[in-house]
Design a protein around this ligand. Structure first.
Ligand SMILES: [Zn+2]
Length: 221
């Protein structure tokens, strides 16, 4: 009863809005139909086409455009943590049951400690952790670590991206990934070089399979 009252008061003070067009919606965390239709585009990202040699399979949920692009940007650079529920909702809708083959661990692509300190959070934790737990999957955000700061990949050409990210990650507890099937999660995929380097690092520590899931993709397929 108290909770319902609180929700009514909250809705009056902060009416639920679509993060894409800022139009009114029924429930906090949802998108309007028009914006949802524009952004939701679940599909497989071809690891062969992108020449990713270590990632076994990769799925994405949205196009990196319109409302999703702005929301991810604001979460990363303007402290807009409030959008996490909107992005988590896209995962709920975009990842069909059974599409992700029962991974034993879900591991987010890590930030370097300096970036984490500066931002205060890893946006991947906010986007994926609640979703993973609701799927009954084990979340592990402290085993794969970024050992050095790297230049943002989008500033670089493809050949420079591979060099930039090479050997930038380490697994701190190899026993925990040995023989395991891993789901690696990240907010955006473009060339896939960062995720592939993470997959290489995990497999070097004995991971059996590494599949990827990203919220958005800037790549055509
Ligand atoms: Zn909208």
């Amino acid at each position: 009863m108290l909770k319902q009252l609180w929700t009514i008061v909250l809705d009056l003070v902060y009416p639920p809005k679509c993060p894409g067009c800022r139009g009114g919606v029924d429930v906090h965390g949802s998108w309007c139909g028009a914006c949802l239709g524009r952004v939701l585009a679940p599909r497989e990202i071809s690891v062969h086409l992108h020449r990713l040699h270590h990632l076994d399979f990769c799925l994405t949920v949205c196009d990196y455009s319109g409302g999703v692009k702005r929301v991810i940007h604001d979460m990363k650079f303007r402290q807009a943590k409030k959008y996490a529920c909107h992005l988590e909702g896209l995962l709920e809708m975009g990842v069909a049951p059974g599409r992700i083959l029962s991974p034993e661990l879900v591991i987010p692509v890590p930030l370097h400690a300096e970036r984490l300190k500066e931002r205060g959070y890893n946006q991947n934790d906010l986007i994926f952790k609640g979703w993973a737990k609701r799927q009954g999957l084990m979340w592990c955000s402290d085993n794969l670590v970024r050992t050095r700061p790297t230049q943002p990949q989008w500033e670089l050409k493809l050949s420079e991206r591979r060099k930039n990210i090479k050997d930038a990650f380490v697994v701190t507890r190899p026993d925990d990934v040995f023989g395991r099937s891993i789901l690696l999660v990240d907010d955006i995929i473009t060339s896939g070089t960062t995720m592939d380097e993470c997959a290489r690092t995990l497999k070097k520590s004995g991971a059996r399979t590494v599949c990827g899931l990203t919220l958005a993709s800037g790549a055509p397929n």
